[in-house]
Every structure is written in structure tokens, then in C-alpha cells.
Design a protein around this ligand. Structure first.
Ligand code: SIN
Length: 557
């Protein structure tokens, strides 16, 4: 088996430079850019589509932070650790929950407006796995859109941040010592830069989001093709926890043939009182968990799948009729519109729901300040594996992670004194000149179907072997021998991510968090480790087991 090594030789049609390059324009990338700028450094922010196109704007529920009088970071920590199934890095979580409230206040200072209660305080709600009301929301169920609006406005107002849109990141550029010094990009003009070029900087921050498009049904937008994780693997950086793919329990079911991005029905709907029922109207979550419909996400997704299997139903139902018309109109306007668009009125009708891919809890392994295992390369947000999510992310901790760790990365870049260095084309290690074969985009749909069936919510040694064989055959046979297009590069990234995800899922012979093995139904103490993988230049994968507390550069094993 060989996974593609370099997508594009580092010969460039154009070159540009900055103090810091940020790749991605969701909450993580935009926060990092603003914080880096506050130190007076120039930022080149490159993004694959338009600046507001990533996953952030689709986030409905909100941002979790201990803002209420009856809440505390310690309570938030406890809920996050429980959801994480024993694989969180507790120190990383402690950072998340203690720095979280301040990060939310800074977001408000940048212009984000949260919903408030009649006293003027931020209105807080509850989602699965939370024992307190601690989810701040905006526009009812349009939190991500408001966060994105505020941050994009702040970035646009800063002349020290240059934004390049329609720029697909290809590979990391390194110097001869192996440190990151930039990226190759494919930009679709118009503008000074068109086609493949190089962006140089002594610090590169990956904030490229997730890889939901590895699967056929996902809540992620079309841009979520795992570009950052695949780039990091090709560059030799360590990635971890890729097997922990979170399936959101309540995604609107649009029929067996639906594919691509599917409409989310926020957990907050259950937080406000909606319940799950089967075809017979039975509330099947009551006997499953002490938190019933508000159990952690993996518990609910599994219970839905199990009931679907037992009853032969294609989906379950979400009953939100008890919320009343006023609640639907004012608290959940986005979901209401999305339902009505499809002929469902949640005020009077049940909503058909089934689990679909939603979030990657793993990614590029980082230390507590976002440093990857490659000097000069940082990762933030969904692309990263900072240890805060463990085996299963707690609801509404993702926007928070982007805010908190974006701030920390900016401080780390300052502490690492990288931006004092000037890098030029002459610093590029020219040994990476051999371009790999790129996979043809035509196989993307087959990959997604394979991953849905063999590596989705339910996994077994047999199904994972099938997935491996299919991926290996496709990687060796289905290559593009001509000039690749954006979709070919993306599909190559999806294949690279899928290959490692399946490898991890096969190795992990237990059921934990969002990783569910039918042939190993229990969590095993010996598996309270994380799987960390690096890829050699020839595409060979090397996977080792590390304690959840281990971070790059630490003494813990
Ligand atoms: C939701 O609103 O249910 C999604 C929130 C999240 O993924 O954290």
C-alpha cells in the first residue's frame, strides 16, 4: 500500500510571503489570525472557497462555557471528561474550560451578539452530556453564522490580514532542517495569483476543519475534505484519534439515497424538551441512560441505530410538538425553515431523524499550545487533535476549542520567536520534488459508500478489512495521469484520511466513545491509549500507542 506523498512539486508559478500563514477561515483560523495580528505580525489567511464557507457557519447549537452562576469550569470539565470516554487529555480540557469564558467575552468584544434573557444576561441552554445550562446561542439556532459574521467582519477590517479565497492548500513546504516554512497552494484567480504557487512564512497554522466528506451522509459542507490532516500526514506530522468519528444522532432523514451535506436538527431541540420516539411512539431513550434524551451524543446515536436495527425502521422520529409554535419560530428559526422546506411542520409533525457523520474528534496531534510534531506547524480547531475531545466530543465544545486554542497558538508563535525569521524560496528543501500520482475524483462516491457501510457507526474486523482492501486497490489503480483538478486533489486527501481512519479502527479492538466495534462490544482498560500515526515518504504508515496525557515534546509516554 502506498498513500500519495506530495501532491505537487514545490515549483511555483508565483510566490508570496507573510509573518504567519493561516490556512482556513472558520472560528479557529479567524481567531488565530486576529490574535496574531494583535502582536503586529502580518497574516496571510488562505481559504479554500469563500471566507465564510466552512463548517463554522453551519453550527446551530452554540458555544459551551461556564458562564452561569450555578456553573463552574470544574463542572464543565467533568462533563467533557465523561463524554470523552477516558481518552481526553485532562490538562487540555482544563485549559479549554477555564479559558473558555474569557474567550467568549473576547468574541463578544469582536462584535458577536448572543441571545439574551429578559435580564440582559446571555441566555444559556442545555445539550446532550451537559449537567448545566451552559450553551450560549445566537439568532436562536444560528450561532455559527453569527460567530462567522462577527469574525469575518473583524478580519476584513484589518489591513494587516490578507485573505486569499479559492485557494486549496496542497502541501507543506519545509526547510532542510524539517521545519515548516510555507505551503503550496492552488488558487483559482482572478488576481495576481492564479494556479499553483507558494506562500512562505516561518509559522503555518492549519485550521482547515474536518473530513466529513469521507462519508456519504454528513452534516459537514462540501469543503470538508480533510485537506489539513492529509497534508500533515504527507509532511510527516503525527495524527491521532482518527477512528473517533462522531455521528450526530438527529440529522434529518431525507431518504436512503440522500448524499452529501444533510440538515442538522440541533441537540438544543432536545435541550428544550423534544424527545426521540420509534415508529410505535415509544420513548426508547428512557431506559438507555440516566440523562435519557440528553445523554452524551454517542449513547444517543447508538441507541437510535440499535432501535432501527431491532425494528427494521429506516429512521427514528424526533417529537418536538410539545415545544409550541412560539418556541419553534423564535428559538429554532433555521431548523423550522429547513423542515418546512421539506414539507415537515415540526409544530405539528414528527421529524424523521437518523445519525450521520458530524465531527472528527481526532486530527493533527498537538501540544497544549497547538504545536504539531513539525517545528513551525500548528493546528487548531477540528483539524487538530488537542486532546480535549478524547473518544467523543461533548456538544458545543468545538467552537470553544477554536476560540481558546487560536489564542494559545498566537501566543506560542510569539514565544517560539518564529516570525523574526525571514524565509525565501532558497530555503525550500528541494528534495521533495517528486510529484505523486493523484487519485481520480470519479471514485469519490464509491469511497463514501464504502466508508458508510464498512467504517461508519457500526464496524467489525471483517467490514474494516473490506474497506482496507478497497482503498488499497483504488490507491494503486485509480490514478489520474493527467493534470489534476481541485476535486482530484480533494479526493486524494479523502483517500489518505480514510486509509488511516480505517487502520486505526481496525487496530482498536474495543468499543469506546464514538468508535463502535460489533465484534468487541466493551471498552477495555488496555485500550485506554491513543493511536498516533505518522506516514513515511514511501506512504507506509507507522502507528504507535500513547497515553492520553502524551503530547508532542512531553516526557509522558
Ligand atoms: C448541535 O447543535 O446539535 C451541534 C452542536 C455541536 O456539534 O456541538
Amino acid at each position: 500500500m502506498s498513500v500519495p506523498g506530495v501532491l505537487q512539486a514545490p515549483t511555483s508559478g508565483w510566490t508570496t510571503s507573510a509573518d504567519v500563514i493561516v490556512v482556513g477561515s472558520g472560528v479557529a483560523g479567524l481567531t488565530t489570525a486576529l490574535r496574531v495580528r494583535a502582536q503586529g505580525k502580518s497574516v496571510l489567511l488562505v481559504t479554500k472557497a469563500t471566507v465564510d464557507e466552512g463548517s463554522t457557519r453551519w453550527a446551530q447549537g452554540g458555544i459551551a462555557a461556564a458562564l452561569a452562576d450555578d456553573d463552574s469550569p470544574e463542572d464543565h470539565l467533568r462533563d467533557t471528561l465523561v463524554a470523552g470516554g477516558g481518552l481526553c487529555n485532562e490538562e487540555a480540557v482544563r485549559i479549554l474550560v477555564t479559558e473558555g469564558p474569557d474567550a467568549v467575552r473576547e468574541l463578544m468584544a469582536w462584535g458577536a451578539r448572543f441571545d439574551t434573557d429578559p435580564t440582559g444576561s446571555i441566555s444559556l441552554t442545555r445539550e446532550g452530556g451537559h449537567h448545566r445550562n451552559r450553551i450560549a446561542h445566537a439568532g436562536g439556532d444560528a450561532t455559527g453564522a453569527e460567530v462567522s459574521r462577527a469574525l469575518v467582519a473583524a478580519v476584513s477590517a484589518d489591513p494587516g490580514i490578507e485573505v486569499v479565497e479559492n485557494a486549496l492548500v496542497l502541501d507543506l513546504l519545509k526547510d532542510i532542517d524539517g521545519a515548516a516554512i510555507g505551503v503550496t497552494l492552488h488558487v483559482i484567480g482572478p488576481g495576481r495569483r492564479d494556479g499553483v504557487g507558494a506562500a512562505l512564512a516561518p509559522a503555518v497554522v492549519l485550521a482547515t476543519g474536518g473530513f466529513g466528506q469521507v462519508f456519504g451522509q454528513t452534516t459537514n459542507p462540501y469543503v470538508a475534505t480533510g485537506d489539513g490532516v492529509a497534508l500533515a500526514l504527507r509532511a510527516g506530522a503525527a495524527v491521532a484519534d482518527l477512528e473517533f468519528v462522531q455521528f450526530h444522532p438527529t440529522v434529518m432523514w431525507l431518504g436512503p439515497l440522500a448524499q452529501g451535506q444533510q440538515p442538522l436538527v440541533s441537540e438544543a431541540v432536545r435541550g428544550e424538551g423534544a424527545v426521540l420516539v420509534d415508529d410505535a411512539g415509544e420513548r426508547f431513550m428512557l431506559g438507555e441512560h440516566e440523562m435519557a434524551d440528553l445523554a452524551p451524543r454517542d449513547v444517543v446515536a447508538k441507541a437510535i441505530r440499535r432501535r432501527m436495527r431491532e425494528t427494521g425502521a429506516a429512521h427514528m422520529w424526533l417529537d418536538g410538538r410539545g415545544l409550541g409554535a412560539d418556541m419553534w419560530v423564535h428559538r429554532f428559526p433555521t431548523i423550522l425553515a429547513s423542515c418546512r422546506l421539506r414539507g415537515i411542520d415540526p409544530v405539528t409533525d414528527l421529524i424523521p431523524v437518523a445519525p450521520a457523520q458530524h465531527y472528527a474528534s481526532g486530527g493533527v496531534l498537538t501540544d497544549l499550545d497547538g504545536r504539531s510534531t513539525i517545528p513551525g506547524l500548528y493546528a487548531c480547531g477540528e483539524v487538530a487533535c488537542s486532546g480535549v475531545h478524547g473518544a467523543n466530543r461533548l456538544a458545543s465544545n468545538s467552537l470553544l476549542e477554536g476560540l481558546v486554542f487560536g489564542r494559545r497558538i498566537a501566543s506560542a508563535i510569539e514565544a517560539d520567536q518564529l516570525s523574526r525569521r525571514v524565509v525565501t524560496e532558497a530555503d525550500i528543501d528541494a528534495r521533495d520534488t517528486q510529484r505523486s500520482l493523484v487519485v481520480r475524483n470519479a471514485i469519490r462516491r464509491q469511497l463514501q459508500q464504502k466508508m458508510d457501510v464498512d467504517a461508519g457507526v457500526l464496524r467489525s474486523a471483517e467490514s474494516l478489512d473490506e474497506a482496507t482492501q478497497w482503498i488499497d486497490a483504488a490507491l494503486s489503480g485509480d490514478v489520474n495521469r493527467g493534470t489534476p483538478c481541485t476535486e482530484d486533489w480533494e479526493t486524494t486527501n479523502l483517500m489518505t484520511v480514510a486509509r488511516v481512519l480505517v487502520e486505526h479502527a481496525k487496530l482498536r479492538e474495543e468499543t469506546r466513545g464514538s468508535h463502535w466495534r460489533e465484534d468487541y462490544p466493551n471498552a477495555e482498560e488496555r485500550w485506554r491509549v491513543r493511536l498516533v500515526t505518522t506516514m513515511a515518504k514511501d506512504g507506509d504508515l507507522h502507528t504507535e500507542r500513547r497515553s492520553p496525557e502524551w503530547v508532542p515534546g512531553s516526557e509522558n509516554t
